[in-house]
Design a protein around this ligand. Structure first.
Ligand code: AMP
Length: 279
């Protein structure tokens, strides 16, 4: 496994893989890898013959009051996990990935405005920018993103389409803990009592899903049922709950099977959690 510390080293390693006739699959991450990330790696290895995992805690997607400095960075453990999954190249650039006087940004103006975009100003500008930099640095054939970050996936798909980026984006399903909580590097921030409470999030989403299966398609009815369930857990502070079209992120009044998604964000203690399920 090659560990590339800058763009030049990454390009050398990718060029060698290409010369050996390999196709390149990229899995962008911020490290602190868990089974959700590793499922993306497994998918990358099915989609391409050389798997690159990037590990970079991207400062430009954190707000001033967010957890950039305390975001966990267990790099050695991440390398061990990647090695176990037969990753070919780790790309772990330093802070000079953004050179001095960096001043170029990618702004997606529609998909990124609602949901998390409303509560995390500048977040998707940081995400789109770093993902485009990673795609330009690596030139993969395919890049894998998790559906757990629903709006991030939609922003990246839109950016790749709008800017003619020559890459295929593949979406991976959300990996969950045994009690349904979506896996996330931030789950380790949860105090034990909040970790136990966190199951309410996926339960509320699944309640809406069950109502759709039973024939309900009015978004207002589904949202009321899910919100009631969330309210039972008084420690959970809801930020938003919405039903949107998975590509445009626009709220819908009526569910279209296969196209509509129910998404939620909120806090347990200081930890912000997001989740979504297909309807
Ligand atoms: P992060 O390290 O949080 O930036 O996530 C890196 C990638 O892993 C993103 O594409 C996420 O959507 C994806 N990811 C994070 N958590 C999960 C999960 N529980 N299941 C599947 N993919 C995930």
């Amino acid at each position: 496994m090659v560990i590339a510390r800058n763009v030049a080293e990454l390009r050398l390693a990718v060029a060698a893989a290409r010369k050996a006739g390999k196709t390149i699959g990229l899995v962008p991450t911020m490290g602190c890898l868990h089974a959700g990330h590793l499922a993306l790696v497994d998918l990358a290895r099915r989609e391409a013959t050389c798997c690159v995992v990037s590990i970079f805690v991207n400062p430009s997607q954190f707000g001033p009051k967010e957890d950039f400095s305390k975001y966990p960075r267990p790099f050695e453990e991440d390398c061990r996990l990647c090695e176990g999954r037969v990753v070919d190249i780790i790309f772990a650039p330093g802070s000079d990935f953004y050179p001095a006087e960096y001043s170029t940004w990618v702004n997606e103006d529609a998909v990124s405005s609602g949901l998390c975009g409303e509560f995390r100003p500048g977040h998707f500008r940081g995400v789109a920018t770093v993902v485009l930099k990673l795609l330009n640095s690596c030139s993969p054939d395919v890049a894998i993103f998790g559906r757990k970050d629903l709006q991030q996936l939609a922003v990246i798909q839109r950016m790749v389409r709008d800017l003619d980026v020559p890459v295929r984006i593949v979406a991976a399903p959300t990996e969950r803990e045994a009690d349904g909580l979506a896996m996330s590097s931030r789950n380790r921030y949860l105090a034990p009592e909040d970790r136990a409470r966190a199951r309410v999030i996926s339960e509320a989403l699944r309640r809406a899903q069950a109502l759709v299966v039973a024939g309900e398609c009015q978004a207002s009815v589904l949202l009321a049922a899910a919100t009631r369930q969330l309210a039972d857990e008084t420690a959970f502070r809801l930020q938003y709950i919405t039903i949107v079209d998975r590509e445009t992120m626009r709220p819908v009044d009526k569910v279209t099977r296969g196209a509509s998604v129910i998404a939620v964000a909120g806090f347990l203690g200081e930890t912000r959690l997001i989740d979504n399920v297909d309807l």
